[in-house]
Design a protein around this ligand. Sequence first.
Ligand code: ADP
Ligand code: ADP
Length: 232
Amino acid sequence: MITLDGVSKRYVTKNGTVDALVDVSLDVDQGDVYGIIGFSGAGKSTLLRMVNQLETPDAGTVNVNGQDLTAMSPRELRRQRRDIGMVFQQFNLLETKTVYRNVAMPLLIQGASKAEIDRRVDEVLKIVELEDKRNASIRQLSGGQKQRVGIARALTTQPSILLCDEATSALDPKTTESILALLKKVNREMGVTILLITHQMHVIQRICTKVAVMEAGRIVERGNVLDVFTRP
Ligand code: ADP
Ligand code: ADP
């Protein structure tokens, strides 16, 4: 479903070069909850951003649903991105706007009809259990509620893949648990494949089926969660 093959990425800064990804290959199958874990600076964000081509590789290919994203025209890429939802650590919501407006945004950008947008917003708010907050301003919400809005927004275009960038790192333990339970529900009941990055081991243990461990731009260990963490 997602295949990275020999992907490398080097950043050039005024202080020299950084090899953020070094010959990274990764296979995520349909239905996986795939976790990438590693310390800050290991290359996790760069890897995640390869999957929706917010970063382009210096070498290697990125395939999603059998299509090579690195060879796509901007127009094809825009269409492909509708199939990939993204959830952020700091939510990235429009704080002064309503829940409705935030969740509707991806469909507004696509030019969907008002009726279609209303129907879809109601559907996803039900999934994240925020129907009663439809007209609330984002400012009035708790962190956990904001992340539910972030997840709802990511689901409005009915993506088959959800990318989660430290989605629970800004939340307290109890709220983290409820967001992880929601992500698991989205995976199980809607069949959405999830690729997440985290520096928190308990996130991997709670919801992931597979894991890759990153260090200095490389995947140094990978496999089923149970196997990787019980190896001697
Ligand atoms: P992680 O998500 O694991 O913290 P990142 O992918 O953000 O790791 O970063 C990997 C390395 O690449 C780090 O050394 C980081 O400072 C560097 N890096 C990331 N993005 C940029 C950028 N836009 N320009 C320069 N260096 C970057
Ligand atoms: P993360 O928490 O995912 O590691 P950072 O806070 O390191 O993210 O980076 C935030 C943003 O700054 C990202 O878009 C990343 O690409 C960029 N960035 C990270 N490191 C550098 C760097 N050394 N030089 C320039 N941009 C960077």
